[in-house]
Design a protein around this ligand. Structure first.
Ligand SMILES: *Cc1c(COP(=O)(O)O)cnc(C)c1O
Length: 372
């Protein structure tokens, strides 16, 4: 066994540009002595991301979860919010931190996003908004969700944590909904170590969001809301500027890896994965497969454990469902009968390692293990 084979392989590895290229940014920050509070790089990154993503306004945050919590505050969302149990737990936590009751609606079986046809039945007089997630960067049925929101007078906030750079019908997916929230966590396609942002469509909302992330300050002595401290600092923002130079290359590499998996895992009975969605430009955030144990002969958990024993750490995104965590288990909508598709998918899904620096031999080894 070579040393290479001993190295554990994780589901993801953060993309880092060459360290020496970051030093000049640090020197500049030391020179400016402005470390946070809408500094030079903060402004640069907001501008550059608007251009890169093709969105009107963006407000940077210290992480995606605080951006979600603040997005709900910005629109004064209260009461009940309709959301999906098939996501990272922060989606629902953001409701809890705002004292909002989550109402879980099942997912559709094609892309594992919230099923729009099941939303209306979950609306009550207390419902004020819908919080869907573009899971794995595959767009929700945004047209149908907008129709429902318009008919019932509801807000839409998309958790777009997986959707950096995704385009739908040639426009940023984040142009849909009232607000979209994105994460720049180390494990995401575009990272600033930790980080996040809210995307909005008008200047007034952008201003309110900017107040809220800075304690509610609207001027030196004016506080207009009980805001929080969720500002992105200059080191994070400068790092984002450097990352932007590499992002296209990183996404292209993700596409190549995705295609490799697709070519090498096709025609295995019991193993399925998504095809490219029509009218979508992807950024290849994850490579999830589903394992039908009756056909494949092994369960998802068998495969997960076997790979783990060989040093390959896949992740069961998303298992358990958010509705199964103790905080949310007691909610009426967490009932298994209410969420049959989400429960079934969460027991057969597995995300394979996908990151720009993954080695060819590692991918080959992973695929080989599926042809047992
Ligand atoms: C990563 C993620 C978040 C949280 O973002 P952080 O930046 O880690 O706080 C929220 N929702 C989803 C779907 C995520 O994947």
């Amino acid at each position: 066994m070579t040393h290479q084979d001993d190295k554990p392989v994780y589901v993801t590895q953060p993309f880092l540009p060459p360290l020496e290229e970051f030093i000049p940014y640090l020197e500049d920050i030391w020179e400016r002595k402005w470390l946070t509070n809408n500094g030079h790089y903060h402004q640069e990154l907001e501008k550059s991301l608007c251009e890169y993503l093709g969105v009107k306004h963006i407000s940077l945050f210290s992480n995606g979860t605080l951006a979600l919590i603040t997005a709900l505050q910005a629109l004064r969302i209260t009461g009940e919010v309709i959301t999906t149990p098939y996501s990272f737990v922060a989606t629902t936590h953001s409701l809890w931190w705002n004292n909002i009751k989550p109402v879980f609606v099942d997912i559709e079986p094609q892309f594992f996003n919230i099923d729009p046809e099941k939303i209306e039945a979950a609306i009550t007089p207390k419902t004020t908004a819908i919080l869907p997630v573009h899971v794995y960067g595959n767009p929700c049925n945004v047209e149908r969700i907008q129709e429902i929101a318009d008919a019932y007078g509801l807000h839409i906030i998309y958790d777009a944590a997986h959707a950096f750079g995704v385009k739908y019908n040639s426009s940023s997916l984040m142009n849909w909904g009232d607000l979209s929230v994105i994460s720049f966590h180390a494990t995401k396609v575009f990272n600033t170590f930790e980080g996040g942002a809210i995307i909005c469509h008008d200047e007034r909302t952008k201003k309110r969001i900017d107040f809220l992330k800075n304690f509610g300050f609207a001027g030196e002595t004016t506080v207009v809301a009980p805001g929080i401290n969720a500002k992105m600092n200059e080191i994070q923002a400068a790092f984002g500027m450097l990352q932007l130079k590499y992002i296209d290359k990183a996404i292209l590499r993700r596409k190549e890896i995705t295609n490799f998996y697709r070519d090498n895992l096709k025609n295995i009975p019991g193993i399925s994965f998504f095809d490219e969605c029509p009218n979508v430009v992807h950024s290849y955030t994850y490579f999830p497969i589903t394992i039908d144990s009756a056909i494949y002969g092994k369960t998802r958990d068998d495969v997960y454990s076997e790979l783990k024993a060989k040093g390959i750490f896949t992740r069961r995104y998303f298992y358990p469902l958010i509705s199964q965590f103790p905080t949310y288990k007691g909610l009426p909508s967490s009932n298994r009968e209410n969420l049959p598709v989400a429960n079934a998918v969460s027991e057969k899904v597995l995300c394979l390692p996908l990151y720009p620096d993954i080695e060819y031999d590692t991918m080959k080894k992973i695929c080989h293990l599926f042809h047992f």
